[in-house]
Design a protein around this ligand. Structure first.
Ligand code: ADP
Ligand code: ADP
Ligand code: MG
Length: 692
């Protein structure tokens, strides 16, 4: 076994590989770009080498620089992770030439599978079933068009060198073929530097089912069962599970054996995945082979109790496979959800930004207790705490535009699919992210959807259920607002503007008590247009304090309820009582934006801090304008009044909520431009203040 390896990757997969190294007592070397100087994967390794600028081309794709780093640190082997150089035959070759072990298949196997077209030709020879299609060398457009016509529409055009769902085009009609071919070739050339295409019959409502294979240098080859990865957006996986549900033992064995045959056909060594596309009637066809560890490998680890990175390291060190096919056993069901910084309602566009608040459900980060004996320990850990989180970021880290915007993989295990599903749902509801947009709510909705819950899986699931998955959600606004008020009032020491209601600046007398209106604007993330605030809603919550200062009521939508609140036990935790309802939740405050996590929902509200807004807007100039259109309901000063900064001057009402306009600075009121009952426009000047 190796003493030291270099991990030529970043993010969660680099952390994942480092964890196994740690457990096996192998020293690990990280490489990092400028943007990743303080990244989690750097901290996860024993040593780290800076390899260049922030873009992948300037760092993680630099073959020579990475080899040099391996040499300089005395690493005996390189683990490439996935993406980046993992399926790059030049890199594998360069490692070999430098006398460093590439932890992956032989160069020839990468080359054989690197072209989807050439791989299909090989698979045909090995009698592995293929989707009807054309994968020939002749790329003459007329010929391709004739082939497509012969296959019958719809057809799918794929970049032969493609990956990550890029360059694929569905062509519905012969008339559209020429244009689709041109655009597929353009994208293929720019993404992969190779414009060769292949054509496949486009299957309707297929499933994506893949098989994990492993082979060693001693003639051993096994399959570690199957995974279903049908839930995809833009041909990219979102949810993955093992084993693939609803398949007969016979089909599973046939697929497993076909996958092993595929691996043997290219003299495969190490971890690989053979991807099949499957029709509703259970026919399956070879799609491609990924010659690396897969993003979704943890679901296989959870149901087999094996550590696949350990298997990779042992095989790379010339050891035989740890187990035979007969020794491999399936236990229960596992599901992985990929949590991305992205905006589902805006076509799943990536989102960037600092993770101001990050809380993942209780689970094992990929750490296996040192006492555990090898791979089995993972299974033990998995069974004891059947939620696993593989993440490459921590709170405070930034999702940059340079790399894949994945925040974490959430993996759950259960005795049955139902148990795993229930656990996944609970775990997703415990995730809290403030900063970039995320797909967490979207994942919750898929997991709760009828087709996913009943395992009615196919690759069109998201698209077909688009309307239901994106319909506006009914959220616990009232309860979340009560918690937001609790957090605000706690922060402000009893009232939103002062230490006690009696000193508070924006309070005004009502029926012998004091009331304060806390204005909130609900921030609605589900809008599909950037900058569109049409979903945002104004909410007014009026907190009334009785003369004793102790009892409060909260008015909302014309309903008055008894209100009390307290801090919970943990950080960010609050409890509120609203009428008969007790609400517990967590509030993360970011400036004037309050992120509330309660009753399994995430809501955000912006506090309409009118005093601050008035002061900001006026910049001490002494002009006071209406923050929204509304009616003047009280004028609290007369011309000539000498006021302090913050003295309430006038109260407006809009949408049943009151806003108190305070003095932005000390001065003398010289004019009052409106009286009680007047309707004022947004931005209208209300008073003139001569600032001292
Ligand atoms: P999987 O089937 O495991 O999801 P993909 O082919 O979709 O595999 O990609 C695996 C990972 O590698 C993804 O996280 C993706 O962002 C990344 N990736 C894919 N293609 C590239 C590429 N050309 N360069 C860098 N990263 C890539
Ligand atoms: P990539 O290299 O981008 O992963 P794949 O060939 O594995 O490309 O295909 C990615 C996805 O596209 C599959 O998981 C499946 O959802 C869809 N797909 C691929 N081939 C077909 C096909 N012939 N018919 C229908 N869908 C397909
Ligand atoms: Mg694929």
């Amino acid at each position: 076994m190796f003493n030291k390896i270099l991990i030529a990757n970043r993010g969660e997969i680099a952390c994942r590989v480092a964890a196994t190294c740690k457990r096996l007592g192998i020293a690990s070397v990280a490489v990092y770009s400028d943007a990743d100087a303080n990244a989690k994967h750097v901290a996860a390794c024993d040593e780290a080498v800076h390899i260049g600028g922030s873009t992948a081309a300037e760092s993680y794709l630099r073959v020579e620089r990475i080899i040099e780093a391996a040499r300089a640190t005395g690493a005996q082997a390189v683990h490439p992770g996935y993406g980046f150089l993992s399926e790059n035959e030049d890199f594998a070759h360069a490692c070999e030439a430098a006398g460093i072990v590439f932890i992956g298949p032989p160069v020839a196997a990468i080359a054989a599978m690197g072209s989807k077209a050439a791989a299909k030709a090989l698979m045909h020879a090995a009698a592995v079933p293929l989707v009807p299609g054309y994968h020939g060398d002749d790329q003459e457009p007329q010929l391709l068009h004739r082939e497509a016509d012969a296959i019958g529409y719809p057809v799918l055009l794929k970049a032969s060198a493609g990956g990550g769902g890029k360059g694929m085009r569905v062509v519905e009609r012969s008339e559209d073929f020429a244009a689709a071919l041109a655009s597929c070739k353009r994208e293929a050339a720019s993404s992969f530097g190779n414009d060769r295409v292949l054509i496949e019959k486009y299957l309707t409502r297929p499933r994506h089912v893949e098989v994990q294979v492993f082979a060693d240098r001693h003639g051993g080859a096994v399959y570690l069962f199957d995974r279903d990865c049908s839930v995809q957006r833009r041909h990219q996986k979102v949810l993955e599970e093992a084993p693939a549900p609803g398949l007969s033992a016979e089909i599973k064995r046939e697929m497993g054996e076909a996958a092993v045959a595929a691996a043997r056909a290219v003299n495969y060594v190490g971890a690989g995945t053979v991807e099949f596309i499957m029709t509703g009637s259970g026919d399956f066809y070879f799609m491609e082979m990924n010659t690396r560890l897969q993003v979704e490998h943890p679901v296989t680890e959870m149901v087999t109790g094996q550590d696949l990175v350990e298997w990779q390291l042992r095989v790379a060190a010339d050891e035989p496979l740890p187990l035979t096919q007969q020794q491999l056993k399936l236990d229960g069901h596992a599901i992985e959800a990929r949590i991305y910084a992205e905006h589902p309602a805006r076509g799943f566009l990536p989102s960037t930004g600092t993770l101001k608040h990050l809380r993942m459900p209780e689970g094992v980060e990929f750490v296996i207790d040192a006492a555990g004996s090898g791979a089995a320990a993972l299974g033990e850990a998995g069974r004891k705490a059947p939620v696993r989180i593989d993440s490459g970021v921590r709170e405070g880290d930034t999702i940059t535009p340079f790399y894949d915007p994945m925040i974490a993989k959430l993996i759950v295990h259960g005795a049955t699919r139902e148990e795993a599903l229930a656990r996944l749902s609970r775990a997703l509801h415990a995730c809290e992210v403030v900063g970039p947009h995320t797909n967490i709510e979207f994942l919750q909705r898929i997991v709760a959807s009828e087709p996913f819950a009943t395992a009615d899986l196919d690759t069109g699931l998201i698209e077909r259920h688009h309307d239901a998955l994106f319909a506006p959600l009914k959220k616990p606004f009232k309860e979340a607002l009560a918690l937001a008020c609790a957090a605000l009032l706690t922060r402000e020491g009893g009232t939103a503007h002062g230490a006690s209601p009696w000193d508070a600046l924006s309070l005004w007398r009502l029926n012998g008590g004091y009331t304060q209106t806390l204005g909130w604007r609900a921030i609605d993330d589900s809008s599909n247009k950037s900058g569109d605030k049409s979903g945002d809603k104004e909410h007014g919550f009026t907190v009334s304090f009785a003369r004793d200062g102790a009892t409060q009521t909260l008015d909302h939508d014309g309903v008055r309820e008894h209100f009390s609140w307290s801090n919970g036990t943990g950080a960010h935790e609050f409890r509120a009582t609203l009428g008969d309802a007790r609400i517990t939740g967590r509030v993360f405050v970011d400036g004037d934006t309050f992120h509330v996590f309660c009753l399994g929902a995430a809501l955000a509200f912006e506090w309409q801090n009118l005093l601050a807004h008035a002061a900001d807007a006026e910049g001490g100039e002494g002009r006071l304008t209406a923050p929204m259109p509304g009616k003047v309901i009280a004028v609290l000063v007369e011309p000539g009044a000498v006021v302090e900064k913050g003295t309430p001057l006038l109260v407006m009402e809009a949408m049943k909520m009151e806003h108190t306009i305070g003095a932005p600075a000390a001065g003398t009121v010289s004019e009052v431009l409106y009286g009680v009952g007047d309707q004022v426009a947004d931005g209208a000047q209300l008073l003139v203040l001569d600032v001292q």
